[in-house]
Design a protein around this ligand. Structure first.
Ligand code: BYC
Length: 309
């Protein structure tokens, strides 16, 4: 005799069986809204994330470096498009999400509110920022929402290229002159702590984690992923002679993890509330780009109306 189960029970059972939720499946409103929040923030981060690196395209030190950086920044635009599309499968309009960003109502990753002062920052961003993103996104590639997890699989492949090109920039600089070595170290000194903040507040201060973990959107906590990033990154720093700017960093033979110093959470909250070094500049550049791109959107719409309707 088949037992009828409620929509909620069917949803819970799917999650318990490790099945993926697809757009047409029933889902609790809170699951939908949490995904819209997190995925749209992620898409916005990819868009705003183009600005600090885009700033260096015209100043790349060689044609080869310029080509690589151009390709990387274009990849970030692509990531935003995949994630906006995935978010739209939840029944929300992309324009609405983008308006929220421009009106300062939506968040984007804290990391992109720091300035890129030298060429070595391109190395530090690729190595540390994309490195942190890979750790976070490799986990999200197995999350419970199908369109998001599939977008992550492709994005992670590209992030690996980004990560390697950043590491290679720094490795090369560390084999160069004293000035180049100093520049590479200075970039890491400035990007290390903000990269650790990318994983979000500590588990005890993370209001969204309980729901997201219950629903298997997050498979690991903020602190677990941060630790994973540190454990894989410190040996990479050692290999090229970069010093991690944390006097308390030490390897614990028993736990087989690195112990690390205090993250400045006051700085993190100040940045996400809009008071980081470049928040204002980033939003100004983004809203200007949107305004300047109006004719392109109109042309695309006119073309689509003529040829596809
Ligand atoms: N920055 O409860 P929590 C890239 C907010 S782009 C700003 O732990 P959650 C790249 C959080 O939103 C990669 N805000 O939140 C691109 C929440 O506020 P609301 C970006 C942050 O969602 C170009 C509040 O703090 N990656 O790789 O459970 C060039 C409490 O936090 C941050 C993603 O977006 C932050 N760092 O966990 C190069 C990954 N952290 O919304 C590279 C997807 C926390 O309640 N997102 N907040 O007002 C996630 O995995 C999760 O959303 C987070 C936060 C781990 C970031």
């Amino acid at each position: 005799m088949s037992e009828t189960i409620s929509k909620e029970q069917a949803f819970d059972q799917k999650l318990a069986n490790g099945q993926v939720i697809e757009p047409k499946d029933w889902m609790p409103e809170r699951y939908r809204n949490q995904l819209i929040r997190m995925m749209s923030q992620h898409a916005h981060s990819e868009v705003v994330g183009m600005l600090p690196e885009g700033n260096w395209i015209t100043r790349a030190p060689s044609l080869e470096r310029k080509l690589v950086l151009l390709a990387k920044v274009q990849d970030e635009a692509g990531h935003a498009l995949y994630i906006y599309s995935a978010t739209e499968t939840l029944g929300v309009d992309r324009k609405e999400l983008i308006d929220q960003l421009h009106e300062g109502k939506a968040k984007y990753s804290s990391i992109f509110n720091y300035p890129t002062l030298t060429w070595a920052d391109m190395g530090a961003i690729g190595w540390l920022v994309d490195g942190a993103a890979i750790v976070n996104q490799t986990a999200l590639a197995k999350c419970s929402y199908g369109p998001y997890s599939r977008a992550m699989i492709r994005i992670c492949k590209e992030e690996n290229f980004h990560n390697k090109q950043g590491y290679q920039i720094l490795a090369r600089m560390m084999q160069g002159t004293e000035v180049q070595k100093k520049m590479a170290q200075d970039a890491v000194n400035r990007w290390w702590w903000p990269s650790l903040m990318m994983f979000g507040p500590t588990d005890k201060d993370s209001p969204n984690s309980a729901d997201l973990m219950k629903w298997k959107v997050k498979l690991h906590s903020n602190d677990d992923l941060r630790q994973r990033f540190i454990d894989r990154t410190v040996p990479q720093a050692d290999a090229i002679g970069i010093k991690i700017p944390d006097p308390e960093l030490k390897y614990n033979e028993k736990t087989r993890h690195y112990e690390f110093g205090q993250i400045n959470w006051d700085e993190f909250y100040s940045v996400i509330r809009g008071n980081g070094p470049c928040n204002h500049e980033r939003m100004k550049a983004r809203t200007k780009a949107h305004k300047d791109g109006k004719w392109v959107r109109e042309a695309v719409e006119a073309y689509a109306a003529k040829h596809f309707n």
